[in-house]
Design a binder for this molecule. Structure first.
Ligand code: PMP
Length: 429
């Protein structure tokens, strides 16, 4: 295939290692939850092009909004005023909790990607607190830039020479975490780590409200609020990474942290915000963002009106098409079907998730929970043959992650469950 040959010849080694399938897959077209390859074969996209596609591939209203803006004025750099990003900032701020007294004010800084937003949140937290030390979870993924890598716990994503002042704490993984199920011991470990591995004064702690690349690790009840309390006691801020879990994907809430009734100091978002248009944002409490005014900081393409027009359309579609409710209903039905599959296929150790952020974890033995990377790879390939695109994730690449566009339908649930069933049988799972 000419595309594959060209890519292999001209992509840097850093990109060629990350080939999801044994045989190259060249995509040509997308419509809502479906994709078509160069030969015209149809797939259900359970990866949502890495969660960027929140409301559907080439969603007509999002494309129309972006096209219209691109024709009028494609780019307007942040130092000038433009109504579209100004409106979008107001709308994003309005999605944030206002607190018990209704007086929390939120402000927005637009970036082009999640990792840029993570970098900015790190700088903001360090500037606001005057402290340097950060905490993150051992199976966290926060992005590819040097600063974002420094708080990424999964070793396969970390390269040499990343910045320091970061300590890692064990993730409260209810299936295979070091303290088993529960919340308290994981919270105690935050205090212990602050005392043993930091100066005792924190800038903040980053937590994905539901871990993505870590393998859809949900935070147990009380963990986010307990972590925020401990971090604030050490002078730091609680920073929610909603890059994967935001925009209604978990079904019950617009932002996954809301499930724990906690209010972050800084929220980082990207991916689904633009339905495929490159965009990220830091949404912070006004007082937390204020000290950064002492120095310059802006992103040349940040607040790009074309991307922000797409973002505004995404918010509108989420509201008008009841996308969050669909994520809850369809995700709930899919989770039920995954539980049925677990009854029949011994390779499935755990199924979990919320809304349309679901996972199947594969083990060699349900008692020892030894991760089964090979069966995961085999099921993943067999799914492709069955027309299902998903992703391998988790620190052992033993988790199949399902994070489709939130327009997935009940009919798709049947196709996905039947396809997975056949894939497990084909892979001898
Ligand atoms: N945080 C999380 C939780 C992510 O999953 C990602 C991207 N996979 C990022 C941050 C970084 O986003 P980007 O790739 O847009 O830089």
């Amino acid at each position: 295939d000419a595309t594959a040959a060209r890519r292999d010849a001209y992509y840097a080694a850093s990109l060629t290692k990350f080939m999801p399938f044994r045989e190259p897959l060249v995509f040509k077209k997308g419509q809502m939850q479906y994709l078509w390859d160069a030969e015209g074969r149809k797939y259900t996209d359970l990866l949502g092009m890495n969660l960027c596609i929140s409301v559907g591939h080439s969603h007509p209203r999002v494309v129309a909004a972006a096209m219209e803006q691109a024709q009028e004025l494609t780019h307007c750099t942040t130092m000038f005023y433009h109504p579209v990003p100004a409106h979008f900032a107001e709308e994003l701020a309005a999605t944030m909790p206002k607190g018990p007294n209704g007086d929390i004010e939120w402000v927005v800084h637009f970036t082009n990607s999640g990792s840029e937003a993570i970098d900015l949140a790190m700088t903001m937290a360090r500037t606001a607190t005057g402290n340097l030390d950060l905490l993150a979870l051992r199976t966290a993924y926060h992005g590819p830039t040097a600063a974002a890598q420094s708080i990424t716990g999964i070793s396969g994503w970390r390269h040499p020479g990343m910045p320091g002042n970061v300590a890692f704490v064990p993730e409260p993984n209810q299936y295979r975490g070091i303290f088993g199920p529960g919340t308290q011991l994981y919270l105690d470990e935050i205090d212990r780590t602050i005392q043993s591995a930091t100066t005792g004064r924190l800038a903040g702690m980053f937590i994905e409200s539901v871990q993505g690349y870590g393998g859809i690790v949900e935070m147990p009840p009380g963990y986010l609020s307990g972590a925020a309390e401990r971090v604030r006691a050490a002078g730091g801020l609680y920073i929610a990474d909603e890059v994967q879990s935001g925009f209604g994907r978990t079904g019950d809430h617009m932002w996954a942290f809301e499930a724990d009734g906690v209010i972050p100091d800084i929220v980082v978002m990207a991916k689904g915000i633009g339905n495929g248009f490159p965009l990220g944002a830091v949404v912070a409490r006004k007082d937390v963002a204020a000290p950064m005014a002492d120095k310059f900081m802006f992103h040349t393409y940040g607040a790009n009106p074309t991307c922000c027009a797409a973002g505004r359309a995404v918010l509108q579609v989420i509201d008008e098409d009841k996308v969050q409710q669909n994520a809850k209903d369809v995700g709930g039905a899919l989770l039920e079907r995954l539980r049925d599959l677990k009854q029949r296929h011994p390779a499935i150790g755990d199924v979990r998730g919320r809304g349309l952020m679901l996972a199947i974890e594969m083990v060699k033995d349900r008692k020892t929970k030894e991760p089964d990377r090979d069966t995961t790879a085999a099921v993943f390939e067999a799914c492709r043959d069955a027309g299902l695109i998903m992703s391998k994730s988790g620190p052992h690449q033993s988790v199949l992650r399902m994070v489709p566009p939130m327009c997935l339908s009940m009919q798709d649930v049947d196709n996905v469950a039947d396809g997975l069933d056949a894939a497990f049988t084909a892979a001898n799972g």
